[in-house]
Write a protein that binds this ligand. Structure first.
Ligand SMILES: O=C(O)CCC(=O)C(=O)O
Length: 248
């Protein structure tokens, strides 16, 4: 899908861009149903290989684990063709290539699930606090809504223009996997509600967060982080296996 000059300018100005309803309904349904199967099999070896994480409420003993308390799976495209097909989806790659160029590889991927009533907040962060890719312009997060995402169930929220301040210091929140920067006021962030099948892209330095899911609906997203294959990837061990090439 060709992006308009205004869409490309908006990505570089604000650090994020929503492309509503980019993916066909059947494609989104196949991702959603595979995630439902993985959640149902949450005690399997496969779930362990996919680094399944339960919601913090479960980890702290405040709720019993079950298929509707799972927060995350990672590295799905490595072992499951449904997710690999998404990472290779021509519409996705065409949009990304127009924003950051090519060649493109898959840096990381994850299913981020906010289960009904249990889904917790993801606090502010820049993805490049974790990735440390240089130049930061060459890594992009592609967040695909598998459900309608809105203010109540935990849509994406961005601090417009925050990618232009460079990498900011982050500190760890004790007892959580989260790194956070200080000094951001929620009232400065903008919500990006989107229907299922939409793609929301953000720059690796854009500060973003998502609220807890206070609704009785799921808010599931499948996220691929794409990198220019010619970028410097400082957080990757030199002996790591090569990244999956998506677009030459
Ligand atoms: O989906 C979420 O709740 C958080 C997403 C996020 O932080 C990311 O995609 O980088």
């Amino acid at each position: 899908m060709p992006l308009s000059p205004a869409q490309i300018a908006s990505y570089w100005e604000n650090g994020f861009l929503a492309v509503p309803e980019l993916f066909p309904t059947a494609h989104i349904a196949s991702l959603r149903s595979r995630i439902e199967e993985l959640c149902a099999d949450w005690q399997s070896d496969l779930a362990k290989r996919l680094h399944m994480q339960q919601e913090p409420e479960v980890v702290s003993g405040g709720a019993a684990p079950n298929p509707a308390t799972i927060r995350k799976f990672a590295d799905l495209a490595d072992i499951d063709p449904v997710f690999l097909n998404h990472a290779r989806h021509p519409a996705l790659l065409a949009v990304v290539a127009q924003l950051i160029g090519r060649p493109l590889s898959l840096y990381a991927d994850q299913a981020l699930l906010k289960p009904p009533l249990h889904g917790s907040e993801k606090p502010e962060h820049q993805d490049n606090a974790y990735f440390r890719v240089e130049p930061a312009d060459h890594v992009i997060t592609c967040w695909t809504a598998l459900d309608d995402a809105d203010l109540l169930n935990g849509c994406m929220h961005y601090y417009p223009g925050s990618h232009r301040t460079g990498n900011v210091p982050h500190r760890a929140i004790k007892g959580t996997p989260h790194l956070v920067p200080d000094g951001y006021q929620r009232s400065d962030s903008v919500a990006v509600p989107v229907p299922a099948g939409s793609l929301v892209l953000h720059h690796s330095q854009t500060v973003h967060w998502t609220p807890a899911n206070g609704s009785a609906r799921w808010r599931r997203a499948y996220v691929v982080h794409l990198v220019r294959a010619d970028a410097q990837m400082n957080a990757r061990h030199p002996n790591s296996p090569p990244l999956l090439e998506l677009l030459a």
